[in-house]
Design a protein around this ligand. Structure first.
Ligand SMILES: O=c1[nH]c(=O)c2[nH]c(=O)[nH]c2[nH]1
Length: 297
């Protein structure tokens, strides 16, 4: 005996839609996690296997990215209303289209540079020994994004290389950094002021540096911190390269729809993982300060 099909809906979950508005040198960013669902009469898709009524989840995803450009993102609500209306119209079997949006906030640190709101965590690792005391200050989950002034080209190629060269891409990372104080047991260090100053230098350097790779950016940030803070011996970074792939609109049958560095998909994995240490010339090493501190090369 046939069983009864109950409630059902389908769609694409968690499209990471990043919209950059770059009509002027002062870019804007909207960063969304968009999920869509269609509900209606999709009995055949389940029971007889006939997919004629089904607007594929892949098309729903494409529409979510295309609408970030075609309609724009002035607010999560306004964008979701436009996308929902379009999906409902495009799928006659649907009674309703639901669009769920999570928006990540970004604070501006430059014309085309942003730091994600609210996420960063301050860290400290102190090792007190009989002969020496070490202090590593740090920050993790510092999510940074440059919407231009980043390139990656001229790299080694072999038979497995498919990555195109680019001289304008989004550079984004969720930075983990730790820095070691030279005279940790000498007293007189204003730890809060020091942490604020290092963080400010990291942000200012990220926003002000044209980078040819995340590697070059890390070295620039580390050098700037050591230049500004004579009391630091070294700084170490672990920086995932949060890839932002330009969405290819060329296959869509929509007149005049182009993507000139405006709509990206933020990929969570796999990610490049770039790690580097920058050490002051002549500073004594202190391996014991880093013992059992995970996450660094
Ligand atoms: O800044 C980068 N460094 C790399 O080593 C690398 N490798 C890659 O594929 N993309 C990038 N980007």
């Amino acid at each position: 005996m046939a069983h009864r099909l109950g409630a059902n809906q389908y769609g694409k979950a968690e499209c990471r839609v990043v919209r950059i508005v770059r009509d002027t040198p002062r870019h804007e960013i909207r960063d969304l996690n968009v999920s869509t669902s269609l509900r209606g009469d999709f009995a055949d898709a389940h029971i007889t296997g006939d997919q004629a009524a089904v607007l594929p989840t892949d098309t729903q995803k494409n529409t979510a990215f295309a609408y970030a450009k075609l309609h724009g993102v002035t607010s999560a609500e306004d964008y979701a209303l436009a996308l929902g209306s379009r999906l409902l119209e495009a799928c006659p079997a649907a009674d309703a289209a639901q669009v769920r949006v999570e928006e990540y906030g970004w604070d501006r640190i430059g014309d085309h540079s942003f730091v994600r709101r609210g996420g960063a965590v301050r860290t400290a690792v102190v090792t007190v020994g009989h002969d020496a005391t070490h202090v590593l200050s740090g920050i993790s989950d510092l999510v940074l994004l440059n919407s231009t002034d980043s390139e990656f080209k001229g790299f080694l190629e072999d038979e497995f290389t498919t990555l195109p060269e680019t001289d304008d891409r989004v550079l984004a990372t969720s930075l983990v950094a730790r820095w070691r104080h030279t005279d940790a047991d000498g007293g007189g260090i204003d730890w809060n002021a020091s942490h604020e100053a290092v963080t400010a230098t990291l942000l200012r350097t990220f926003a002000g540096t044209y980078s040819r790779a995340l590697q070059e950016m890390l070295y620039a940030m580390g050098s700037a911190v050591l230049d500004a803070q004579p009391g630091l011996a070294e700084i170490r970074f672990s920086a995932p390269n949060v890839h932002h792939h330009l969405v290819d609109f060329s296959g869509f049958d929509v007149d005049g729809l182009s993507n000139d560095g405006e709509v990206f998909v933020a990929a969570d994995r796999p990610y490049g993982l770039i790690e580097a240490q920058v050490t002051r010339d002549g500073a004594a090493a202190a391996d014991e300060a880093w013992l059992a501190v995970p996450g660094f090369c």
